[in-house]
Design a protein around this ligand. Structure first.
Ligand code: NAG
Ligand code: NAG
Ligand code: NAG
Ligand code: NAG
Ligand code: NAG
Length: 496
């Protein structure tokens, strides 16, 4: 959960209503190669670990199997011990005991779901930390504290030892993010979550310490470093000059959050800045949540409220398109995946999980009863956003490539084409209130084979294949886009 007091006002994006017919062209030359679609394991594992094993299995399958979201990225939260955190769900245990001493029986809940992700074959496993273990920070706490100068090697040693341990068990964590939202200590205590202030001038020491520890273990080829997960693009670019050039070669990708809910202009400015000063370095979207607003993205901005409907699902889909298409980023993570911030009591009012309310938060795709421990309600409640995110999770596999869509009918906030050796999938949404047709010219002979749609009434439902727009031959195809829906259309890369 993000704290609104640090919020800079975002610029609302207003997409024009889609016209009824649009035409556009798919390019043959690929843009970026996708690396991962995912989300984080904080802090729901602490609660869900207490659920019956059958529900834990169902949840794991909903997240990690292709019949569910088919996520290719999972972010395991390395706890800092929760010292100073008042909310027990958000106070994960730490493996740290003393320098070089670890207790790997701790955080059984977090390890359970990390193991599930690994068992399901999720290829991108990140370990991220909101704070160093409490004993290493200035105040000896896991929040409302600060990175202590001179502890870079000790902190890096802890992170590298933990990852080496899991890798030796076959859980192949391949990325470490040592400071999540380092601009925020999440104080004052008692805090709502873990957090450690790392001043921009301290961040190079964190990276150097981690790099040295990985290097000493011959792990730099197999475990990358993500940094610095600053919460807002507009802040990240102001901070980079203080640390990034010192350690740029040790960072695999610049991970950022988008809690400023950037406009297209703002996002493009961030990308241009990175290109200018840190040419060739990839940027990854690694966390966002929590906005109400309209399907077309208008009215978005960090805000309380729970909206399980297609409206909010399309709003968040627009943000995925923005990162992957407008910004050309290869990796996208939503925030917590699973949440109890449902804002109502589903044990008393069974229908409330399907209705918007002002008390919850849009920080999950799957929800559970916050009172499960007392009322025994172990139901999982699936939001429409689960089904829209499934389109991205199911088709944007690591190694697939984005094919640019150009022309008057193209829109970088509402459509993309993705290809592998055998298939092209077009994912497109219609945020308007009337049905429309997208006429697409392909760069090669293809054959439409089917599709899937998520709308107010459909959850990734099978739909008829695209049709040829001009007779029985040619490379022009019509894709129906029903009002308020997200569709995926599949094409074999060969003539029918
Ligand atoms: C270091 O790891 C690489 C693979 O990542 C391996 O090929 C090499 O043999 C290792 N070297 C040592 C000294 O362990
Ligand atoms: C898993 O949970 C979903 C959501 O509550 C439910 O629809 C489905 O039936 C469950 N599946 C199993 C096998 O329990
Ligand atoms: C290509 O993508 C399609 C659609 O996602 C999938 O069914 C197929 O297995 C993929 N093929 C390869 C070789 O990865
Ligand atoms: C394809 O869509 C365009 C635009 O809506 C329309 O003019 C054309 O008739 C459609 N073609 C077919 C075969 O339906
Ligand atoms: C439609 O197909 C016909 C015959 O194959 C061709 O002459 C015509 O140019 C095509 N029209 C468009 C808009 O592609």
């Amino acid at each position: 959960m993000r704290i609104p007091r640090n919020l800079l006002l975002g610029f609302a994006v207003v997409n024009a209503l889609l016209p009824c017919a649009q035409s556009a062209t798919i390019s043959a030359a690929p843009a970026q190669t996708f690396l991962g679609i995912g989300g984080s394991g904080a802090w729901w594992p602490n609660d869900l670990f207490q659920f019956p094993e059958s529900v834990r299995q169902n949840l794991s399958s909903l997240l990690f199997s292709q019949s569910g979201l088919g996520l290719s990225s999972y972010r395991f939260n390395a706890g800092a011990g929760g010292v100073g955190v008042s909310n027990p769900t958000r106070a994960p245990e730490t493996f740290y005991v003393a320098p070089g001493q670890y207790d790997f029986t701790k955080d059984a809940a977090g390890v359970y779901f990390l193991t599930q992700a690994s068992n399901f074959g999720v290829p991108g496993l990140t370990m991220f930390a909101n704070s160093a273990p409490a004993p290493l920070t200035v105040g000896g706490t896991s929040c409302n504290s600060q990175f202590k100068d001179g502890t870079g090697e000790a902190y890096g040693t802890f992170l590298a030892d933990v990852v080496q341990h899991f890798r030796s068990e076959g859980i192949l964590i391949n990325l470490i993010s040592p400071m999540n939202e380092p601009e925020n200590s999440f104080g004052p205590a008692p805090c709502g979550q873990e957090g450690m202030l790392v001043l921009p001038t301290q961040r190079a020491e964190v990276i150097n310490g981690l790099w040295d520890a990985l290097n000493a273990r011959n792990m730099t080829d197999v475990v990358g470093i993500l940094a610095d997960e600053t919460s807002r693009l507009s802040l990240a670019v102001l901070e980079y000059p203080f640390w990034l050039s010192q350690v740029i070669d040790k960072v695999t990708a610049l991970a950022h959050h988008t809690y400023d809910f950037p406009s297209d202009l703002g996002y493009s400015a961030y990308i241009a800045d990175v290109k200018l000063f840190f040419s060739g370095k990839q940027t990854w979207m690694s966390e966002v949540c929590c906005t109400m607003g309209e399907a077309d993205g208008s009215g978005k901005g960090l805000s309380q409220g729970y909206d399980p409907t297609i409206k909010n699902a399309l709003l968040f889909s627009g943000m995925v398109f923005q990162s992957l298409v407008l910004a050309g980023e290869p990796h996208y993570d939503f925030w917590t995946l699973v949440s109890k911030e449902i804002g109502c009591d589903p044990s008393q009012d069974v229908g409330c999980a399907a209705e918007p309310n002002a008390n919850g938060w849009n920080d999950g795709l799957i929800y559970y009863d916050p009172n499960f421990a007392t009322n025994g309600n172990h139901e999982l409640y699936i939001k429409k956003q689960f089904w829209t995110y499934k389109h991205f999770g199911n088709f944007l596999k690591p190694g697939t490539q984005r094919l640019p869509i150009t022309g008057s009918g193209s829109n970088s906030d509402s459509m993309l084409a993705v290809s592998n050796s055998s298939t092209i999938v077009v994912i497109a949404m219609n945020t308007g209130s009337t049905d429309s047709t997208l006429s697409l010219t392909f760069p090669e002979d293809v054959c439409a084979t089917g599709g899937f749609r998520t709308s107010a009434t459909e959850d990734f439902a099978s739909i008829p294949a695209a049709t040829r727009s001009n007779g029985s031959s040619g490379r022009d195809w019509n894709l129906s886009l029903a009002s308020l829906s997200l569709s995926s259309y599949l094409f074999d890369r060969k003539a029918c």
